[in-house]
Design a protein around this ligand. Sequence first.
Ligand code: HSE
Length: 298
Amino acid sequence: SEINVFCPATIANISCGFDVLGVALDSVGDGMVVRKRAEKGITIVKLEGQKLPMETALNVAGVAGLALLEKSDYEGGFDIEINKKIKAGSGIGSSAASASGAVWAMNELLERPFTKLELVEFAMEGERLASGVAHADNVAPAIFGSFTLVRSYAPLDIVPIPSPSELYATVIHPQIEVKTSDSRKILKTNITLKEGIKQWGNLGGLVAGLFTQDYALIGRSLEDHIVEPIRSILIPGFDQVKSGAMHAGALGCGISGSGPSIFAFSKGQDTANKVAASMKKVYRNIGIEYDVHVSKIN
Ligand code: HSE
């Protein structure tokens, strides 16, 4: 038996939620086919769209799948076909899409022996391979859908958060590659109490705004004074994209994951489209190729 799954792209961090907040995009993602087989183990039999390692132990879907197999009493194995549409190093959870898609599919084929929380734990092994850190802020929303908060890593505690009904994301990917591992290395490891206060005030405000559909509160809370000032240096045109997006009516704008993609949230599709136009203009002027997506958040 086999299953065909959609592996969503995700925006992680969402400004004030470094390593703890993320959201799934229903309209951007990879395709994957997973097939049961008698022989133990996992084989990536096909990988289209991107140049990535196919060897199981070096492939994020392979590694996440092996983590699942290790905890399963299933005697057989799986073949995986991946149709990568999300570019590696784009900042919209390319590795998370593959890792979470693989374990989601396997769990379905095995008739759901594992909880979503356990699937997140398996998929995190893929993230460990990709970035050196088993962060869950992309894989959790890919598995749970909509927004998620990683309330705690040890023990893992994921809080699903609903999306307000008119919330849209605009994401632009300037065609330069930023490796998550590199953009983690440049971060400071200490913050001041004053910075902490700002950040957790905003994080609480953002979560409250999402639950109560308070767009103005969401907008006020989309701030990050800790990571964004450092990482934005790696993204040409970031400040212009952000000010243009805010001018076009976005609620807020920041770096998607570890970049170089930039996201903005808007209330309503019209504004999200205007934000997309303003973002494109910046990269047209600078002369950098880009992809842009407008997605309703469900
Ligand atoms: N939280 C991770 C980071 C997400 O910002 O490094 C990477 O997609």
